[in-house]
Design a protein around this ligand. Structure first.
Ligand SMILES: *Cc1c(COP(=O)(O)O)cnc(C)c1O
Length: 398
């Protein structure tokens, strides 16, 4: 979206991109809550079904409200096109159904979202697709995990909750070398803070459920990339299998995107302030946040991100046996932060990864991933940062 070939900034795109008005010339985007569309004639119906004429047919694969969301998100990511899905997980599923077949191999970061690992290991494995997991973000380790049938490289950066950063340029270049599709889960940064396509990554995957909605209301997901891949490879798979985004959810997400740049920048600024304060707190052993100079990949994050995001993790000072009760006492003492594993909301949340999001992992796997019993993760919302600090101080003294 541009005028006189001068590209618009994120804030302009967030409120303007993708809008298409109906015959009524409404200012705010319309919600087309309809499952199907009517044709002028039998001949037009036939042309639409055959794909010989542009136009809407049936909302499993074409709906104007969903399309507006797709185009707005594509513009924000700097991608040619976008395909919306019912959730973040169904975005990954659709991608795998469309791109992989039995005998193919996937290389995936070991630090990705838990359900992503379960999808590869428990579901797709039954259909003959194998996955290997790589610790850390060293390109050499990723290359070593590749096989002749490797068709997909999947990473999430920064990762949750350890905030490991993957070098996007090196990741994309390895994908090209191996002839494998590179996919980045861009949940934590959103297109406002990081645009992986700029670095040569093939596909950006999103959950709409977190920062894109930003207000904890709906599930949604999306895949952004080259137009031919989206329209000719991904869309046919979605059209047939049906994990499609509801027009209602698309409308909520479309509205969510309008305030995304303002929200994520404000939430990141508060997160940095809290991370610095936590780092100097006597009850805190260490803080994991890419915005701190103490983060081992701070320079890389600074190079490829336009900000550090709203999620901060920290470890409390405690002996081995005291660690879990210490973390739980903090969580139980706070009154403002919500105890929930969700993130990306306007309301700040707090969680204990070792007993919730990562509780089902075997203890040694959890330990290898660095998720200790004293680790607490907060996702900073839009409250006054002084109020959040006061609330956390109460917990740290508990
Ligand atoms: C929540 C989440 C997902 C899955 O998204 P859903 O919309 O819940 O299916 C994927 N990746 C990350 C990083 C997430 O936080």
């Amino acid at each position: 979206m541009s005028e006189d070939n001068r590209p618009f900034g994120s804030r302009t795109r967030a409120v303007r991109a993708g809008t298409v008005r109906s015959q009524f010339n409404e200012h705010s985007e319309a919600l087309f809550l309809t499952s199907s569309f009517v044709f002028d004639s039998a001949e037009q119906a036939a042309r639409r079904f055959a794909g010989q004429e542009e136009g809407y047919v049936y909302s499993r694969f074409s709906n104007p409200t969903v399309r507006m969301f797709e185009q707005r998100l594509a513009e924000l990511e700097g991608g040619q096109d976008c395909l919306a899905t019912a959730s973040g997980m169904s975005a990954i599923l659709t991608l795998c159904l469309a791109h992989l077949k039995a005998g193919d191999h996937v290389v995936c970061g070991s630090n990705v979202f838990g359900a992503t690992v379960q999808l590869f290991s428990n579901v797709l494995a039954r259909f003959g697709i194998e996955a290997s997991y790589v610790q850390g973000s060293e390109p050499a380790a990723w290359r070593a995990a590749a096989r002749s049938r490797t068709r997909l490289l999947f990473c999430e950066t920064p990762s949750n909750p350890m905030m490991e950063v993957t070098d996007l340029e090196a990741f994309a270049s390895l994908g090209r070398e191996l002839g494998a599709l590179t996919v980045v889960d861009n949940c934590f940064c959103t297109p406002v803070l990081q645009r992986p396509l700029q670095y040569g990554v093939d596909v950006v995957m999103h959950t709409g459920t977190k920062f894109l909605d930003g207000q904890g209301r709906v599930l949604g997901g999306a895949l952004v990339g080259r137009a031919d891949f989206i329209r000719e490879t991904l869309l046919p798979a979605l059209r047939t299998t049906g994990p499609s985004l509801s027009p209602f959810n698309a409308w909520v997400l479309l509205k969510g995107l309008e305030t995304l740049p303002l929200r994520i920048n404000a939430q990141s600024a508060s997160a940095l302030q809290l991370a610095r304060w936590l780092q100097s707190h006597p009850a805190v052993a260490r803080v994991l946040y890419t915005g701190l100079e103490s983060h081992p990949q701070h320079a890389l994050a600074q190079r490829q991100q336009h900000g550090f995001g709203a999620v901060v993790a920290f470890e409390l000072k405690a002996t081995q046996s005291e660690a879990r009760p210490r973390a739980w006492r903090l969580i139980d003492a706070v009154r403002l932060l919500s105890i929930t594993a969700n993130l990306g909301d306007t309301r700040s949340t707090i969680t204990h990864p070792a007993s919730t999001t990562h509780g089902r992992l075997a203890p040694e796997v959890r330990q290898r991933a660095g998720i200790s019993e004293s680790l607490v993760r907060i996702a900073v919302g839009l409250e006054d940062v002084e109020d959040l600090q006061h609330d956390l101080e109460r917990g740290l003294q508990a």
